[in-house]
Design a protein around this ligand. Sequence first.
Ligand SMILES: [Zn+2]
Length: 425
Amino acid sequence: MVHFLLHKLAFNCHLLLRDHIRDTKARLNIWLKAIDNSQLLGRFRVWCFQYGIIPRLQWPFLLYDFPMTQVEAMERLCSKFVRKWLGVPPSFSSVNLYSRLGLGNYNAKRWSKANAKGKRGLVVQRIRETVEEDRRVKVVGLACQGQWMQWDQALERSLSWKELWGTEQGKLTFLLRAVSDLLPTPKNLKIWGKEEDPSCKQCGATLCTLNHILNGCPKALGEGRYRWRHDKVLTEVAKWVDQQRVKANKNQASRPEVVNFQSKGDKAPRARTTAKNLPSILQRASDWEMQVDLKRKLVFPQDVAVTSLRPDMVLLSRSTKTILVVELTVPWEGRLAISHQLKKAKYQDLIDEALIKGWHATVFPIEVGCRGFPATSVRYFLQKFGLEPKHLKIATREIAMAAETSSRWLWLMRAHSWNPSAGEG
Ligand SMILES: [Zn+2]
């Protein structure tokens, strides 16, 4: 009897679920088409989708245990429209839209807040996690578009609505396509059957990929295109570091002197021993000087170490004999980790020599992926220099934007002679 009841119950639930799925799908279709038929601009359509459709979808997802295949089918449908509205190519995988760029990290927080009372929020989160996991599995299989899966060191980046509004369509399309290597590079044009010659218009290399255009073209390198982008990013980094430096010098100078009882044998007072616990490495001193290698102006202080190396930034405190060396790389995202290791190794001798001469020396190799994805090393570096979470976020975004905007200019100039000034601003 019990068995029979259970069976009946299960059967009814199954029927109900099927109805709900059919109903939800039908409504989703109507909503999407309504937005699609509107006269709105692409981005506004996506906005309507995010704030009009997604919350409505979450209710049935919350109440009923939708099978994953059904959730996926609905997502595919949504992706089709979102892709169209954002102007990204049809081959652009939905996985990308939802993951790395964070477009799909829809109000997850808002949502869970609204439903914090019950377990239901957790159920939906579970679904999301499973779906995300599934996407990851799938994306690994996509050779071209899945490249970002190898960006181990890259920070997640979310495309905020503010950014989406403020970004002109061309820039947005560049970012979305660049991430997935779906820009019309000579190599891709050849694959798509649109052009015969996949070679580089600058140096004549036989296979011109996006990586070649943005990082590997010897002619572009010789003309200083990459240096130009590097300096754009460096300027942004230096701006934030200098702010921190000025702040540190001011804070320390205004701090009342601590009376140190010293025996006669002691020399100058040592740097505070609690420096390790301080939030900012700059708080160790109040006489920070800074040099930035913009326009190749940096001269490494020869009393610290004799070297032909010219790092991108040097911060020096003579009173505490501390030197901080910063080296920036703007590599292809797949090379973030290796770039870090190479730069670290490159500066080891210099650090050793400085230590022998009695300096506290630290090197900070930082990497900002050329398509606008800073490595975790950037966050670590900015934290070490005392940026508060709020500023850390803004700084990271601005640094990312400097790389992305410059790379877009390099992309636009790929078949033209080099004119950096036209890309300013
Ligand atoms: Zn080339």
